[in-house]
Design a protein around this ligand. Structure first.
Ligand code: HEC
Ligand code: HEC
Length: 403
């Protein structure tokens, strides 16, 4: 049955080609050979030692919804909103990203970026990072679900802003998750008000558990291989957190139980559990991106290294090579942090953030309270009464840029 909103519209040529390519390229098979085989510069290290479980983990990270359509479609009915009101320009404006490698060459010059049907066509190509659409043969969007890549990947903008090659593990700090969820026709206004208060790059992974509205910055999922505890509050190892997010936040079909948080969700068959190992291996294969050439002053960074280890006392907690002392945790007042988030998990403290690829993802601290490295250094200079000179501060900033 053709969807009513499309019945009176004649699809432009480009769109027809796009849909045809989608049907031809994907059919029912979610896996594209290029996903497994394509060498990717930004992940050269990870890919070099890629074993089948790692490649499978990448597939899961990018494309697996774990059956969470039961929430995004059946409960939130976001498929209806997307098909009727979310054209590609709107999608890009709320921070969604398009995988240029999933598109037929030249297609973007032909399609109408102000037509929601183009969004549906992009979904049928699996070209929108972290959003999976099920599209019928006549172009109707029947279901949508989300994947890990929604929040934890972005693109290199090589084709246009928001359109390019995937960068897995990079936090999508443009993504306005709250604004997207608030599009749902199924939510009461007071809940929508909470979601729309978050803004780009932020998400609250406990709001639907404890009702407290205190969003945090989406962190990178790269550079975690040797880090003992995951999340800002060090809730647990990576698979613990992956299971928590999949089941309680993405609303995957799976089971998650943590008596400390009073959560006991059981759903059979469990579409999450068996994927946690390859998913973990893939995350651990993601290296932090090195700083761009020429982005910091080498000599100043060398002097800054000495400040970091000495007068600045940074290395007491940010212990090289991981730049964290996890599994140790720190009370909020030790580093002058806002205490709310620490009081919501079960640990009561903050994990020293590993400074992997820190240049890549300002602002800093879990709540984004430091806009720049300069703000970070000023914060510690005050809280720890370090007495750093302007030159020492500047050198420390150059060192942070080099990590
Ligand atoms: C809706 C956005 C969203 C989605 C989807 C999402 N995450 Fe996250 N993720 C977050 C946020 C926000 C945090 C920070 C939570 C905290 O520390 O309190 C986080 C934390 C993490 C961390 C910890 C990073 C660190 O520094 O310790 C990892 C690893 C991670 N997520 C992996 C995943 C995986 C794997 C999936 C898919 C199963 C996933 N995430 C799905 C938003 C998301
Ligand atoms: C007592 C332990 C401790 C000391 C000393 C310390 N840090 Fe931290 N650092 C932390 C903790 C804990 C966090 C996480 C805070 C949060 O996100 O709320 C953090 C977060 C950061 C971040 C934010 C990273 C991100 O991605 O958000 C930066 C940057 C940083 N510290 C740099 C420094 C520098 C520079 C120094 C020295 C001047 C320093 N730290 C000293 C424990 C410490």
């Amino acid at each position: 049955m053709p969807s009513p909103h499309q019945s009176d519209r004649r699809a432009p040529l480009g769109l027809v080609a796009l849909v045809a390519a989608a049907v031809g390229a994907c059919g029912d098979a979610p896996e594209r050979a290029s996903d497994i085989a394509a060498p990717e510069l930004h992940q050269a290290e990870g890919d070099r030692d890629a074993t089948p479980p790692v490649a499978r983990g990448r597939e899961i990270f990018r494309h697996d919804t774990f059956g969470d359509e039961q929430f995004w479609t059946d409960t939130l009915r976001l498929h209806e909103v997307i098909a009727s009101a979310v054209d590609p320009l709107t999608a890009l404006a709320v921070g969604l990203k398009v995988d240029a490698e999933a598109l037929p060459p030249g297609i973007l010059d032909e399609v109408d970026l102000t037509d929601p049907a183009t969004t549906v066509a992009l979904l049928s190509l699996d070209a929108v990072l972290g959003v999976r659409g099920t599209v019928s043969a006549d172009g109707e969007l029947e279901a949508v679900g989300i994947t890990c890549a929604l929040c934890h990947s972005t693109v290199d903008n090589s084709v246009a802003p928001g359109i390019g090659r995937r960068l897995d593990g990079w936090p999508n700090r443009d993504l306005d998750v709250g604004a997207i969820v608030a599009l749902s026709p199924a939510l009461p206004d007071e809940v929508k008000a909470v979601f729309t208060s978050w803004g780009p790059g932020r998400y609250d992974a406990y709001f639907n558990q404890d009702g407290i509205n205190d969003p945090v910055l989406i962190p990178p999922a790269y550079g975690l291989r040797d880090v003992a505890r995951e999340t800002y509050t060090g809730e647990g190892p990576v698979s613990y957190w992956n299971a928590y997010v999949a089941v309680t936040q993405m609303h995957a079909q799976g089971s998650f139980r943590d008596p400390r948080l009073g959560i006991d969700i059981r759903q059979e068959p469990d579409l999450v559990k068996e994927k946690l190992l390859p998913l973990r291996l893939y995350q651990f294969s993601l290296q932090a991106p090195p700083p761009p050439a020429g982005s910091f002053d080498l000599a100043a960074a060398e002097r800054g290294r000495a400040v970091f280890a000495g007068k600045g006392r940074c290395a007491q907690c940010h212990v090289p090579p991981t730049f964290t002392d996890a599994p140790a945790l720190h009370a909020p007042e030790e580093t002058g942090m806002d205490p709310v988030l620490a009081s919501r998990g079960h640990t009561g403290g903050y994990r020293t953030t590993p400074l992997r690829g820190a240049w890549q993802h300002p602002p800093y601290f879990h709540d984004g309270s430091a806009a720049t490295f300069g703000d970070v250094v000023d914060h510690y200079d005050g809280v720890l009464a370090l007495g750093l000179s302007p030159a020492e501060k500047a050198d420390l900033v150059e060192y942070l840029k080099s990590l």
